[in-house]
Design a protein around this ligand. Structure first.
Ligand SMILES: *Cc1c(COP(=O)(O)O)cnc(C)c1O
Length: 219
């Protein structure tokens, strides 16, 4: 199967209203063009330099989503064009996104990445710290950051019960925060190549799929 066929096969399994982020990290621009020509417009990258280089040469109507851990000093590299930063995982990073978006006179959508997985190494907010940060009113003076929802990466395991527990947790966090942010808070970003069918059961509105579209990545 080629990229177009895989893309269409996946799209056919997504319920109405679920957005597909085609995760193109480590794949060359030509492969992105193939997906673009098949109609895909949202692409996810994990490294700001790579994203900026691709954005420069690829069509301007692509929506670029930053899905990997983002260092504060790299925000300015993508602020002029990025659509969504799905890995907003610290107060310092969010403050920097607000600052750089203001400089570009833009609004940047963000997702609060929450740590729910078992691994210590997984990035994302500790839920208690995030609750305290939101309660402190941090977002009240930010007019260039739009909080659209939450994101998580489930535990990397074959044990489906653990994956389900992770998704259940993030769904309940999404429901807890929704009343605090209102209408625009509409995105529950869960599900990757291996676990997206399960994520859909937990109300995913945005899946991030790489390998199942582009094949294995070369590192
Ligand atoms: C790489 C990556 C994905 C895509 O993973 P696949 O298993 O290739 O679908 C999704 N989300 C994040 C945050 C990633 O870093």
């Amino acid at each position: 199967m080629n990229i177009t066929e895989r893309l269409h096969r996946i799209l056919a399994t997504l319920p109405e209203g679920v957005h597909l982020v085609a995760v193109s990290k480590f794949h060359p621009a030509e492969r992105i063009v193939e997906a673009y020509n098949a109609g895909q417009r949202i692409f996810g990258e994990s490294r700001p330099q790579e994203m900026a280089a691709k954005a420069k040469v690829l069509p301007k109507d692509i929506e670029w989503h930053m899905i990997g851990h983002l260092q504060t000093n790299k925000v300015k590299m993508i602020a002029p064009f990025v659509s969504m930063i799905a890995s907003a995982d610290s107060d310092r990073l969010i403050a920097e996104i607000e600052k750089q978006a203001a400089k570009c006179e833009r609004k940047i959508d963000i997702l609060l990445e929450v740590h729910v997985a078992e691994e210590e190494t997984k990035s994302g907010w500790d839920i208690e710290e995030l609750r305290a940060y939101i309660a402190s009113g941090a977002f009240e003076n930010m007019s260039h950051v739009r909080v659209r929802g939450v994101m998580t990466i489930a535990t990397n395991t074959d044990d489906e019960e653990i994956i389900r527990r992770d998704f259940e947790r993030i769904r309940s966090i999404f429901n807890e925060f929704k009343p605090l942010f209102g209408e625009k808070f509409d995105t529950l970003s869960i599900g990757m190549s291996d676990d997206y069918p399960i994520a859909l059961e937990y109300g995913s509105t945005m899946v991030r799929i790489g390998t199942a579209i582009f094949g294995a990545r070369e590192y």
